[in-house]
Design a protein around this ligand. Structure first.
Ligand code: SER
Ligand code: ZN
Length: 511
């Protein structure tokens, strides 16, 4: 039951309701999982439209119970059709408790809560949280969560969710429970739960402010020793983000779980990353250099999302490149600083030319910030990720490292805990550099790869070298007329001996 009506960026409005707190209880039974979510909702004063009753996104499951402010609702007081859950009437503030039953073993969509090889796990980005419980499943709903998990001790000795572990204990019938609390507001796509029989390796990291962070990587027992490289990479990433971006980790624990059946490469859920096992496990006897470097990159990428994506998140899914382009840029810089910068650059340009350029000139061409989508999952593309990272790289090149970092500091100062847009990012970069990035913004809204040509002429009498650049972007289904893009150009002059030189030093260089 998916909707095929496109959603448009121009139609985005602030949400009518906000959810300040979500307390979730998962009772994992043999064949089903019962979920009760207690939501504290209120009307959003920023919403200016006509007041209407609450509508939540929902997935393909049956509602078992609903109470509003502690009073059970009759079935005529709400409507649930597998896509939306609607109240017939809503006060300005309401506490809703909604009970649903899920069948994780039967969930083959690999989103929401599913069971992979005896392990329960979740995937909520982009719009999977609604498959777990009715919710305002959009990234500008920032909520604090608690998550209580109850399960059989033998089948699920390990019970994980986001944030810090605050309670645990035994229950009757060989069952046990844990309670996790995440003190940071987050959008629903960053919610995660993992339950099963997993082993882990453990380490620690002391942040720049002296905070001790417990690091754990979970995998099946026979794989746990293959997580050592990933653990070393995690510590490198934590150190690098402090040194280069002045960003520290914020929770008491950072956990990574390696899962066999995982659709995406990895997922940056707050404090509980879930990875496709191939980006965690490396057997020193058989893994190649490339395997080791990919693990370093992906571990870094997901860790860097903690600030670029999680602490500062997206106002709507059209802004996906705000977190992905920026985080790919950060993982590229991490790999460049720790390994060979030129080898990293060659690999990234090769990838861009082999995969992103064809995407940008074919039927899938779309701007880095799309104007519309039917199913957001189709927009996890080379254009959003890799071209998006190149746009950040051009801004970095225009501003230089120091000013770029001043812009980043301003970004976190102004937008921490908020859901923002690509314009918001450009505004801090423009402010830090006192420059106008209005024309640069076209890179985000116009699709296609510009072709750049250079003409060079040298006048020996005046000793003047003139370089003339022209650019052309072919029309496509997104735009008939392509406007000129702001393209920073970096060049060097190389003399006959292969040495870099400046015009002043070698006036006859280009004759
Ligand atoms: N958000 C995830 C990532 O890019 C999944 O695509 O890391
Ligand atoms: Zn990412």
């Amino acid at each position: 039951m998916t909707s095929h009506a496109p959603k448009f960026l121009k139609d985005h409005t602030p949400p009518e309701f906000l959810i300040d707190q979500a307390d979730l209880v998962f009772d994992i039974q043999k064949n089903s999982t019962w979920v009760v979510s207690s939501l504290k909702l209120r009307r959003n004063t920023l919403f200016t439209g006509k007041k209407s009753p609450l509508v939540l996104h929902m997935g393909d499951y049956e509602i078992q119970s609903v109470t509003a402010d502690g009073i059970p609702l009759q079935t005529h007081e709400y409507n649930a059709d597998g896509r939306h859950f609607q109240l017939t009437d809503t006060k300005d503030h309401v506490s809703l408790d909604i009970g649903v039953v899920l069948y994780p073993k039967k969930n083959t969509r690999l989103e929401g809560l599913y069971k992979s090889n005896h392990i329960f796990c979740t995937q909520c980005e982009a719009e999977g949280f609604r498959q777990i419980t009715p919710f305002l499943d959009r990234p500008d709903i920032m909520t604090t969560y608690s998550c209580t998990i109850i399960a059989d001790k033998k089948e699920c000795p390990v019970l994980l969710s986001n944030g810090n572990l605050v309670d645990s204990g035994d229950l009757e019938g060989n069952r046990h429970y844990v309670r996790w609390e995440d003190p940071f507001k987050k959008p629903s796509y960053l919610f995660a739960l993992v339950a099963g029989d997993l082993c882990n390796i453990q380490d620690k990291f002391i942040t720049g402010s002296g905070k001790k962070v417990t690091l754990k990587i979970f995998a099946k027992q026979n794989n746990v020793e293959k997580c050592r490289h990933a653990m070393a990479c995690l510590k490198q990433a934590m150190q690098w983000d402090q040194d280069r971006f002045n960003l520290r980790y914020d929770l008491d624990t950072y956990q990574i779980v390696a899962i066999d059946d995982f659709n995406a490469g990895a997922m940056e859920n707050k404090g509980l990353n879930i990875f496709n096992a191939k980006y965690v496990l490396a057997d020193p006897k058989s893994a190649t250099d490339e395997d080791f470097m990919n693990i370093q990159k992906v571990i870094g990428h997901e860790y860097f999302h903690n600030w670029t994506g999680n602490r500062v998140t997206l106002k709507n899914w059209f802004q996906l490149s705000l977190k992905e382009g920026l985080t790919v840029f950060r993982d590229q810089e991490f790999s460049s600083d720790l390994n060979s910068r030129s080898v990293e650059r060659i690999a990234n340009v090769k990838k861009l030319r082999m995969f992103q350029f064809p995407e940008d000139s074919g039927p899938m061409a779309h701007p880095v910030r799309p104007d519309s989508y039917i199913k957001m999952d189709n927009f996890y593309t080379m254009t959003v990720y890799e071209k998006g990272a190149e746009l950040i790289r051009m801004i970095h090149q225009l501003l230089g490292e120091t000013t770029f970092q001043e812009g980043m500091t301003l970004y976190f100062k102004r937008f921490d805990g908020m859901a923002v847009t690509i314009e918001d990012f450009l505004s801090v970069m423009a402010q830090a550099s006192q420059s106008d990035l209005t024309q640069f913004k076209l890179w985000y809204t116009q699709s296609g790869t510009p072709m750049v040509a250079m003409d060079r002429s040298y006048d020996p009498d005046t000793q003047k070298l003139t370089l003339t650049f022209t650019q052309q972007t072919l029309p496509d289904r997104n735009q008939d007329i392509k406007l000129p893009l702001h393209i920073p150009v970096q060049f060097a002059l190389i003399d006959a001996a292969g040495n870099e030189a400046t015009l002043q030093e070698h006036p006859s260089l280009l004759q």
